[in-house]
Design a protein around this ligand. Structure first.
Ligand code: IPR
Ligand code: MG
Length: 135
């Protein structure tokens, strides 16, 4: 497989009283940007299972009530990467967010969708540009 083949990512909108959980990325593409928890869809995995696995691996949260949302398509020219990102929302969860992968995430924080921090990870910036608002 060519290394610059488009890949499928899953971005998870975890909601708490109208706030959304974002992490500041480090050590990989988009370092320094704020992003949703999420990651690469694995072979044979459902989108919902990927969402739950990635959120658990990255934050320690166990998410419930996962619903499908929009997708975006984003090229990272400098890194030669292209992701189609499938967004899902989770309206309930158990646990408290922890930095489970300190080499990949500098911080987790809750933000109002109308007042997100900058810079945003490109797929999240693309999602925002569509006018999508999680409910
Ligand atoms: P991993 O799988 O390392 O969590 O991937 P990621 O966080 O670099 O995410 C890639 C897909 C994005 C667009 C959700
Ligand atoms: Mg990730």
């Amino acid at each position: 497989m060519k290394s610059n083949m488009p890949m499928v990512g899953v971005g998870v909108i975890v909601l708490r009283n109208g706030l959304v959980l974002l992490g500041r990325r480090k050590g990989t593409h988009g370092a320094g940007t704020w992003a949703l928890p999420g990651g690469h869809l694995e072979y044979g995995e459902t989108v919902e299972d990927c969402a739950a696995r990635e959120v658990m691996e990255e934050t320690g949260l166990c998410i419930h009530s996962i619903t499908r949302g929009p997708y975006t398509s984003d090229v990272f020219p400098k890194e030669g990467k292209h992701y189609v990102t499938l967004f899902v929302s989770a309206r309930s969860y158990s646990g408290e967010p922890k930095i489970c992968e300190p080499a990949r995430c500098a911080a987790w924080n809750w933000f109002d969708w109308s007042d997100l921090p900058r810079p945003l990870f490109p797929p999240l910036a693309s999602l925002l540009e569509t006018g999508f608002v999680p409910k």
